[in-house]
Design a protein. Structure first.
Length: 130
């Protein structure tokens, strides 16, 4: 199945320029992304409920995932935009952490939305179709 996704990816890359298809993501750890996705989905509601403990745990899970993602794409090479996106996500998370420590829901929530937009931007470029 992965072989077909890769072949289809190359075909799409040729016709639409999708960046993810130009590299082999067969060694990418999908469990890291699942953990990040779960944390990303929970972060906003946790902040909305004023549950700083849960929000902090979600932000830590996202930070772990973004660190892994940045390292992965640095090692992969040739995908500077993915590295930049990971670093931008980490910058937004730094704002989330600082706002949580001040118990500033508005700033934390806005930064959490930026993290989500950042994830979406990377997925638009690199998430293989299934």
């Amino acid at each position: 199945m992965r072989k077909w996704a890769y072949i289809i990816g190359w075909s799409l890359a040729a016709s639409s320029g999708l960046a993810w298809a130009a590299i082999d993501l067969g060694d990418f750890d999908e469990y890291v992304m699942r953990d990040m996705d779960d944390a990303n989905k929970d972060l906003g509601p946790a902040l909305g409920a004023g549950n700083f403990e849960a929000a902090l745990a979600d932000a830590e899970a996202l930070q772990t995932g973004l660190n892994w993602t940045e390292d992965y794409f640095v090692r992969k090479g040739g995908v500077d935009d993915a590295v930049v996106l990971a670093r931008q996500g980490k910058d937004s998370l730094a704002t989330v952490f600082a706002a949580i420590s001040r118990k500033d829901l508005d700033v934390a929530s806005a930064a959490a939305r930026e993290v989500g937009k950042n994830c979406t931007s990377c997925h638009d470029l690199y998430k293989p179709l299934k």
